[in-house]
Write a protein that binds this ligand. Structure first.
Ligand code: AHR
Length: 320
């Protein structure tokens, strides 16, 4: 008996055969953004491993950071009649048409790690962290760390138009609001990459008296922070001391930087989004169980006090 309100109105007809036989999904298309960061590499590795462990035929498409490639991949998955689609959407807008096509074809779509600006009728569920909360945690850490000191902050944003860039900015701004001693003096995208993080940090340093005016860097991911650390060192300053560094993801390299005293704090984003996604799809395709619209993963703050070298050792072989 299909009790809960089904995502596709009455039962998903295309899934009925699977439901009746009690079989799990066999073929799942995964439209991945690309490989812009260590975190993204780990998500890809873990998704492939999870699929293999569960006997799922995973059709993987790397979009090279382009939404048009993701839309093409989704259309190709639909044409192939996959059982379900995983989508890590590079930006938040522009998904309505292709998600409607998937819905018409009665193929459930699960969003991974980023959200879309579209009706939630168009996807089965989304697996991810509370991105605003992550930004807030980073901001609260900085507020606490600087106390009453005046602190000019520079911000490296993620990919323009992506939900983590929008939400992590919002959360951080919320956390520092009301603390007049903290001010974001420069904010620019570094596109979630090391190269751009370094490049943009170099321009921040030049524009701000060689870095003398900068008290802290907030980077929307660790890769940009790692690039920025390099730029700060090349400018003759000490990252982690002259300029405090707080970022998001908790990739192994940031723990090495923390162990060396060159980074101060990171907020963890688990790369295992596929486990909960496949569980939700399994239940849905087996007996019609409709998952909640959002399956939230944990966010944890790490600082230099958390034995960064031990965390590095624990994470270094996990596919980052
Ligand atoms: O959507 C999650 C973000 O995308 C990660 O924080 C970042 O590293 C990645 O590229």
């Amino acid at each position: 008996m299909l009790s809960t309100k089904l995502w596709l109105g009455a039962a998903a007809i295309a899934s009925m055969a699977l439901m009746a036989s009690g079989a799990a999904a066999q073929t799942i298309g995964f439209s991945q953004i690309g490989s812009e960061s260590g975190w993204r590499a780990a998500e890809t590795t873990l998704t492939r491993q999870e699929a293999e462990n569960r006997g799922i035929d995973l059709k993987f498409a790397d979009a090279q950071q382009k939404q048009e490639n993701q839309i093409k991949a989704l259309r190709s998955f639909i044409a192939q009649g996959v059982d379900a689609i995983l989508l890590a959407p590079v930006v938040a807008t522009g998904w309505d048409s292709v998600l409607e096509e998937a819905k018409e074809a009665e193929i459930p779509v699960v969003l991974l790690d980023r959200m879309v600006d579209a009706s939630d009728d168009l996807y089965l569920t989304a697996v991810g962290s509370d991105l605003v909360h992550e930004g807030r945690v980073a901001g609260e850490w900085l507020v606490e760390e600087v106390g009453d000191r005046d602190c000019n902050v520079v911000e490296l944003q993620g990919t323009t138009g992506s939900s983590p860039a929008i939400d992590r900015k919002k959360g951080f701004e919320e956390a520092i609001a009301g603390h007049d001693n903290l001010e974001i003096i420069r904010s620019q995208t570094g596109d979630f990459t090391r190269t751009k993080g370094k490049e943009v940090m170099e321009s921040f340093l030049k524009a701000e008296n060689g870095g003398a005016n900068i008290c802290a860097l907030y980077a929307h991911n660790d890769d940009m922070a790692v690039g920025a650390i390099q730029a700060i060192k090349e400018a003759g300053l000490k990252p982690g001391e002259d300029i405090l560094i707080v970022s998001i993801d908790a990739v192994p390299d940031i723990f090495q930087a923390m162990a060396a005293g060159e980074a101060n704090a990171t907020v963890e984003l688990t790369p295992n989004m596929a486990g909960p996604a496949f569980d939700a799809l399994d239940a849905y395709l087996n007996d019609g169980t409709v998952p909640p619209k959002f399956i939230q993963t944990e966010s944890k703050l790490y600082t230099q006090d958390d034995d960064p070298m031990a965390v590095y050792e624990a994470k270094k072989d996990l596919g980052y």
